[in-house]
Design a binder for this molecule. Structure first.
Ligand SMILES: N[C@@H](CCC(=O)N[C@@H](CS)C(=O)NCC(=O)O)C(=O)O
Length: 294
């Protein structure tokens, strides 16, 4: 299994569990790691402005994008992803963008510094005060599963089909149900704001996360028993795989025993061989403090 139990420190495990404001430097958090072919003003502005200024900028940008998309819909406008290296939901979108070959500019939002909780962020980026958010084709999109479906619907012939075709509604429902095992029934119960509410005690938070992740993975393992091939559903990468990989990273962080999940382990090992998945990993993100030290 390629996930990084190795090199994990208490600090890393506790990252999501630690009180806010104790995170290492954000010196280079706005440095993009993947540049779009076109680099209009947004990227330069994103790098040089405070988060507050960035929010106002996005608001303006979003409005001007809305006006633009009324006149032409193109797929080569600047794509901006609001992301944090360890955010599983952002990670899903990073994978999908890579699979679809869409270059993007990351806008780093430090969850441990609660940058997602400001009113400005809620008003201009994501009303849920969560990551991710994606600006694409002149639209500002939230909710990772909605974003994955948007990418598939707007780019059906590029990269793998994240969802089976509409002519296979049962298979589509299967893929979506696997996504929801992770994205609805598991990840939300162990995200930062829930853990912070559960307890101030790091060990208690980890216990909580471990419990719910284990139940989620038990469901996923059973659910793919009849459909897994090379990947979760047959031999094509789907949205389900995109959701699975970040969840396994969290499972490792919280010390979940993955031995009882041989199918998941096999599928994840295959997925980790793919470049689109590799590029999307936390260790390859420019806002990862470990990467900044390199
Ligand atoms: N259902 C949302 C979940 C988003 C979510 O939980 N995001 C986490 C990061 S993975 C977050 O922003 N957490 C910040 C917090 O808990 O305050 C989606 O899929 O987009």
């Amino acid at each position: 299994m390629c996930f990084m139990t190795d090199g994990r420190t208490d600090g890393e495990i506790g990252d999501q569990l630690r009180p806010e404001g104790q995170h290492p430097s954000r010196r280079s958090r706005n440095r993009p790691c993947i540049r779009p072919h076109h680099q209009p003003q947004l990227e330069a502005s994103a790098r040089h402005h405070s988060f507050s200024a960035q929010c106002k900028y996005v608001s303006v940008l979003t409005k001007s994008f809305a006006a633009m998309s009324a006149t032409h819909s193109s797929s080569d406008e600047t794509v901006v992803l609001y992301t944090y290296f360890r955010s599983g939901a952002s990670w899903r979108v990073r994978i999908a963008l890579n699979l679809k070959g869409i270059a993007y500019t990351p806008k780093f939002v430090n969850l441990l510094k609660a940058e997602q909780r400001t009113d400005e962020y809620a008003d201009t980026v994501n009303p849920s005060r969560l990551l991710p958010a994606l600006i694409i084709d002149g639209h500002l999109l939230n909710q990772s599963l909605a974003i994955l479906e948007y990418l598939q619907e707007t780019r059906p012939n590029v990269g793998p089909a994240l969802l089976p075709p509409a002519t296979q509604p049962e298979k589509r429902a299967l893929v979506r149900s696997l996504c929801h095992i992770i994205a609805s029934d598991t990840q939300p119960i162990q995200n930062l704001r829930v853990l912070q509410k559960v307890s101030d005690d790091h060990a208690a938070r980890a216990d909580w996360a471990k419990h719910w992740i284990t139940l989620g993975l038990q469901a996923y393992e059973k659910a793919i028993a009849k459909c897994a091939g090379k990947y979760s559903v047959g031999d094509e990468v789907t949205m389900a795989d995109v959701c699975l990989v970040p969840q396994i990273y969290n499972a490792n962080r919280f010390g979940v025993d993955l031995a009882p999940f041989p199918l998941i382990n096999r599928v994840v090992a295959e997925l980790n061989k793919l470049e689109a998945f590799d590029k999307a990993k936390p260790e390859n993100q420019d806002d990862n403090p470990e990467k900044q030290k390199q």
